[in-house]
Design a protein around this ligand. Structure first.
Ligand code: CU
Length: 691
């Protein structure tokens, strides 16, 4: 009896599977209907997956097609918080045929293109419910430039409450052209044409004749690229508080996240016998050229910049001389200790919040108190560097890699530019008085010992991602599996063991600040703490209760608030969302919701096969003071150190980089504080090891 019921079930199931396979629109219809009844996280995730599938083609999902055909963004304006004002703006541009065509490159640094993308993200942002968000996205997907659409959708999901719980697929699988080179893309096309599945090795740009190639694994790491592009989506320079909320400490985070990228890059250079990056000078040559060997999906090849290029004025962007004037005005503000706002009033920057304003004017973001006067050093410099291959537009070349956050870190000039800006920030922080013993002490707290459980070992892993979205579909040509294979820096998991004494008569909430600092420079000369502090990389920052007496605090490298885990592939996101929708179960991908953060596998610098010694620096500070005014959850989503907490204030009241961000003229001050300790650790690179 049981057997026959089971075989009945199998039969019914088979029939259902056959029906579904033969009639794909049946499935689409289902999701369309279920979308109209409710919007669970699983549905939303599925919708986002569908919207981003093969973005250069018309949607293949029947329900999205139906929406795109029948939906009128201005049909019912009660679905928007602004009664359709944003939708009206975009619809006018659309109806006037002013929007950028499809199959054209897109760059956020292009003012008009950015404005168009922001018009769409504003519409999405004004939606009260998911059905409004989905319908507008489906409608404009078919109408707008693909690059603009993807950008608007990503920032829409990130900044709208409606996007909570959605994991945005890794961009290297949505717009693979921005992450891999032409050679591999060409192979992907021929694999598709010849219907032969394939996995193709992506090599780092350049040759052994180019020393910079030794560290290309850092600037070209797809996870690092995702971190950078996502940070700029989480904290966009175009953000205005009228969009709904204030992005807390955006200007300071701009400094800190790029300072850390610069310091990490120098650690990798140290690991490869290279000198640290030299800063960029407007009046000197740009020493390293760059040949990206990559192409846009539409718009040709990324332009090349030869070695030893003299800076040229760029038509439509800026004169080199203007950049020098901007720089001078910023240095003047630092020397004066104040910024002059548009209306003439002065803003004191020699106070803890000062760096915030400085970050705002250097980037510049819409938070800048006077963009007219202080210009836009960072953004304009990106465009200037991106255009040095064709400064007068003689060859009508598309934007350079420096004009996209996805690709910018590939170009060695990115780090020169950021070293240059980092030195401006340093000049500012150096104008503050050093911390005193009293500033640094955490009464009754002693760090007795710091140790690492496990070995600090780095290696390169092999990783594959799908290139299927790089190639076009055809009615008669089936998709075959096409993957890129990359080598990525990785390390073995390890645990910090911090032995502490709490001599107070109660528990104490403590902030643990862990940094890795170089001991020697590239010439083997020992660095003082004052010389090393600006080169340190942040490994972790966390808040934890320390009980009375002695206790060893253990913390896994995997839990670092600086890092994010590997992102789920687009394929797995689709599979998980489809399964959850079909079975009516919950979908919880919250561990992957934020893509901003150093990839977990890149927490440690590569080091050398014979090993390198570094200082592991641990400062334990008063957690109650540090977190005063913030909520009691001490995890804060787990990625707060360099990316903050979405929709909330930054959880640590101390300056970013504390306590190493100010001058340390006398090391004994640090040595004399019992709640700060550093120990020597050794990192070894295993070149043969793969995992
Ligand atoms: Cu950046």
């Amino acid at each position: 009896m049981g057997t026959s019921t089971n075989s009945m079930k199998v039969l019914v199931l088979c029939a259902l599977v056959a029906a579904v396979a033969a009639w794909p629109s049946f499935v689409d219809q289902l999701s369309f209907q279920s979308d109209s009844v409710g919007s669970t996280t699983a549905h939303k995730q599925q919708n986002i997956n569908h919207l981003l599938d093969k973005i250069y083609e018309h949607t293949k999902y029947h329900y999205l097609e139906e929406i795109a055909k029948n939906f009128n963004p201005l049909g019912d304006t009660s679905m928007y918080n602004d009664q359709g004002a944003a939708a009206e703006v975009l619809m006018k541009e659309l109806n006037d045929h002013r929007l950028l065509e499809q199959h054209h490159w897109f760059s956020l640094f292009n003012t008009r293109q950015r404005e168009e993308a922001l018009m769409l993200s504003a519409v999405l942002n004004q939606c009260k419910e998911w059905h409004c968000f989905l319908r507008n996205a489906a409608f404009f997907r078919e109408q707008m430039n693909e690059g603009e659409f993807v950008y608007a959708l990503y920032v829409g999901v990130i900044h709208s409450k409606l996007g909570d719980g959605i994991v945005l697929p890794p961009l290297y699988e949505i717009t693979p052209h921005m992450f891999t080179n032409s050679e591999v893309i060409d192979k992907a096309y021929s694999a598709k044409m010849t219907q032969k599945a394939g996995t193709f090795n992506v090599s780092f740009t350049g040759t052994k004749k180019n020393k910079e190639q030794l560290v290309a694994y850092f600037g070209e790491d797809i996870g690092m690229n995702i971190h950078h592009v996502t940070w700029h989506m989480d904290f966009p320079f175009w953000w205005q508080d009228s969009y709904g909320n204030h992005l807390d400490r955006k200007g300071e985070l701009f400094f800190w996240v790029h300072h850390q990228l610069t310091a990490r890059f120098d650690f990798e250079r140290l690991s490869n016998w290279l000198d640290p990056v030299d800063e960029l000078h407007w009046d000197r040559i740009i020493r390293e050229g760059f040949a990206p060997l990559s192409s846009y999906k539409y718009g040709g090849e990324f332009p090349v910049r030869p070695d030893n290029k003299h800076f040229e004025d760029v038509e439509g962007v800026a004169h080199v001389h203007d950049m020098e004037i901007t720089e001078n005005r910023i240095y003047e503000a630092i020397d004066h200790g104040y910024i002059t706002a548009t209306d003439g009033h002065t803003i004191d920057i020699r106070q803890p919040k000062g760096i915030e304003f400085l970050g705002d004017i250097i980037e510049s973001s819409m938070y800048s108190p006077n963009a007219q006067y202080y210009g836009s050093l960072h953004n304009t410099a990106h465009a200037m560097l991106g255009r040095q291959g064709d400064p007068h537009g003689k060859f009508n070349l598309p934007p350079g890699v420096m004009e996209h956050f996805e690709t910018a870190t590939r170009d060695p000039s990115f780090f020169r530019l950021h070293k240059y800006m980092d030195n401006i920030f340093k000049k500012h922080t150096d104008s503050f008085p050093p911390y005193t013993h009293d500033d640094l002490e955490f009464a009754g707290i002693v760090v007795d010992g710091v140790a690492i459980d496990g070995e600090l070992i780095t290696f390169f892993d092999e990783f594959q991602y799908s290139l299927i979205n790089a190639v076009d579909s055809g009615e008669s040509i089936e998709d075959v599996e096409i993957n890129a294979r990359v080598h990525r820096l990785n390390h073995k998991e390890f645990t910090y063991k911090i032995t502490m004494s709490n001599n107070n008569d109660a528990d104490r909430l403590a902030t643990f600040r862990i940094f890795l600092c170089p001991i020697e420079d590239n010439n083997g000369i020992t660095l003082t703490l004052e010389e090393a502090r600006w080169l340190c990389i942040e490994l972790d920052k966390f808040f934890q209760k320390v009980p009375r007496g002695t206790k060893t605090i253990e913390r896994s490298s995997k839990d670092s608030s600086v890092t994010v885990p590997d992102m789920p592939s687009f394929h797995s996101l689709k599979e998980q969302a489809d399964n959850a929708v079909n079975s009516g179960s919950d979908l919880d991908l919250s561990a992957y919701e934020r893509a901003c953060g150093i990839p977990e596998r890149m927490l440690l610098p590569k080091s050398k096969p014979e090993g390198m010694e570094f200082n592991l620096f641990v400062a334990v500070t008063d957690g109650v003071k540090d977190t005063e005014g913030h909520n009691g959850d001490h995890d804060h989503g787990g990625t707060h150190a360099q990316c903050g907490v979405r929709g909330e204030a930054y959880p640590d009241n101390r300056p970013l980089g504390y306590p190493l961000e100010r001058r340390i003229p006398d090391e004994r001050v640090f040595d004399g504080v019992p709640n700060i300790k550093h120990v020597v650790v050794k990192i070894v690179h295993h070149p043969e090891h793969h995992e």
